[in-house]
Design a protein around this ligand. Structure first.
Ligand SMILES: [Zn+2]
Length: 394
C-alpha cells in the first residue's frame, strides 16, 4: 500500500482549464483523489509543499538504446547485447527522474525497449511508461538500418509491420527520408516510397496501431502524409504544401529541435563524426523558420526530443521544451500542453491531465513555469502512479 500524498500547491497546471491557485491535491492508490481546498491532511498522509505542480511530462520521441554519446551510433554498433540492455535500463531511470513519466521509444533493436516496458510495468525496473515501436522499418541500406528492420516493396513492409506487432511493438515507425546519424543517408532524400508507406500505414492502422514517420526532407514528408501517417517526426525541411497537408490531415508534428541543436551546439571539438556535424548544421540553417511557420499555421505539435542522440540526454527533455519556446515562439502554457495532453493523445495513453481519477503522474517544481520554463530543468520531486520516484538532493 503506497502512502497517500497531500500536495499543498501555489499553482497547479492540471491542464483542465486555467491554472488553479493555493489548493490541495490529494493522491491515493496511485491516482488523483481530489483537487480542492482540504483543510487538514488525513492521518498517515505525507504533506508536500509545492510552488508549482504540472502533470508528468511525456516525451513523444526517444531512443532508450542510445545514451547521448558523441558517436552514439558507432558506440551502439560496438556494444554487446548485455551492454545495450543495461545501458537502456539506465536511460529509463534517468528519464523518469527528470520528470518524464512517459516515453515513446521510436526504434530500438533486439526488443530492448519492449522488454524494458514490461519490466517497468511489472515494477522490476525504475522508468517511465514506455510506448515502444520495436525496430524501425526502413529500406535496405537506409537510415537506421544499423538497428532497424529492412523491408523493400509493399509486401515486405506489410510483413515487417506484422513482425514488429508480433514482437510487442505498440506503434510503428517508418523511415521516409534519410537521416543525420547514419553514414551515407541523405536527410533531404526520400527513402521508403509512398507505395511502401501506404501499405505499412494501412497494416498498422488495421491493427489499431499508430504510424510515425521519420521525415526530414520535403518530398518524404509529403509522401508520408499522403500515405496516412499519424505523425511526422522532425519535419525540418517542410514546405508550405507539407504544412497544409499536416493541418488538413490533423497529423501531429514532433519537431525534435534538441536533436539538431545539441549537435550544432557541441560543435567540431566534441568528437562528433564529421558527417553528423555537417548534416546537422545544414538542417539547422533551415529548420527554425520552417517549423515556426508550421506552428503559426496551427499544426498540432507534440513534444519529443529524440533523446539519446549525441549530447541530447534522456534527462534533458526540458531543453527541448525551452527550444519550443525560444525557437518556435510557443508560450510556456502551449509548450506544457504539447508535452502533456498533446503527447498523450499522440501516444494513445490516458495521461497528461490531473483530473480526479487519473493516474497520478506529476512533477513538483520550485517555480511556476509561467514565470520561467527553466523550472523544468531541475524538478524537486517526481511522482509516478502516486509513488515518489525521485526527490532532488538539496
Ligand atoms: Zn529518433
Amino acid at each position: 500500500m503506497v502512502q497517500p500524498l497531500m500536495i499543498r500547491f501555489g499553482t497547479l497546471h492540471d491542464q483542465l482549464g486555467p491554472p488553479k491557485r493555493d489548493g490541495m491535491l490529494t493522491i491515493a492508490d496511485g491516482r488523483v483523489a481530489d483537487v480542492g481546498h482540504a483543510l487538514d491532511p488525513p492521518d498517515g498522509a505525507l504533506l508536500i509543499d509545492a510552488a508549482c505542480v504540472v502533470p508528468g511530462l511525456i516525451n513523444a520521441h526517444g531512443h532508450l538504446e542510445l545514451d547521448a554519446a558523441a558517436d552514439a551510433v558507432g558506440q551502439l554498433a560496438r556494444a554487446t547485447l548485455t551492454q545495450r540492455a543495461i545501458r537502456a535500463a539506465e536511460q529509463a531511470r534517468r528519464t523518469v527522474c527528470s520528470g518524464v513519466t512517459a516515453l515513446r521509444d521510436l526504434g530500438a533493436g533486439n526488443r530492448i525497449a519492449i522488454e524494458i516496458r514490461d519490466l517497468i510495468g511489472q515494477g522490476n525496473l525504475l522508468g517511465p511508461t514506455v510506448v515502444p515501436a520495436g525496430r524501425l522499418i526502413c529500406m535496405t541500406g537506409g537510415h537506421g538500418a544499423f538497428a532497424g528492420h529492412e523491408a523493400d516493396g509493399p509486401d515486405q513492409v506489410r510483413s515487417a509491420v506484422r513482425m514488429e506487432r508480433r514482437d510487442g511493438a505498440e506503434v510503428i515507425k517508418f523511415i521516409a527520408t534519410g537521416g543525420v546519424l547514419t553514414p551515407g543517408a541523405v536527410p533531404g532524400s526520400q527513402e521508403l516510397s509512398e507505395e511502401e508507406l501506404r501499405a505499412g500505414v494501412d497494416e498498422a492502422h488495421r491493427h489499431g496501431m499508430r504510424a510515425a514517420a521519420h521525415a526530414i526532407g520535403t518530398e518524404g514528408i509529403k509522401a508520408a502524409l499522403r500515405a496516412g501517417v499519424d505523425s511526422i517526426e522532425h519535419g525540418h525541411l517542410i514546405d508550405e504544401e507539407g504544412i497544409e497537408l499536416l493541418v488538413d490531415r490533423e497529423a501531429y508534428l514532433v519537431p525534435t529541435l534538441a536533436a539538431i541543436r545539441c549537435i550544432v551546439d557541441a560543435g567540431a571539438e566534441a568528437g562528433l563524426p564529421g558527417y553528423v556535424l555537417e548534416k546537422a548544421t545544414e538542417i539547422a540553417r533551415q529548420a527554425e523558420a520552417n517549423l515556426r511557420r508550421a506552428y503559426q499555421a496551427g499544426v498540432r505539435i507534440a513534444a519529443g526530443s529524440d533523446a539519446g542522440t549525441p549530447f541530447n540526454p534522456h534527462d534533458g527533455f526540458a531543453y527541448e521544451l525551452e527550444l519550443m519556446h525560444t525557437m518556435l515562439g510557443m508560450s510556456p502554457q502551449e509548450v506544457l500542453r504539447a508535452a502533456t495532453v498533446t503527447s498523450a493523445s499522440l501516444l494513445g495513453i490516458s495521461r497528461g491531465t490531473l483530473a480526479a481519477g487519473e493516474v497520478a503522474d506529476l512533477v513538483v517544481l520550485d517555480q511556476d513555469i509561467d514565470d520561467d520554463l527553466q523550472a523544468l530543468h531541475d524538478p524537486r520531486m517526481v511522482i509516478k502512479a502516486g509513488e515518489i520516484v525521485h526527490t532532488r538532493v538539496a
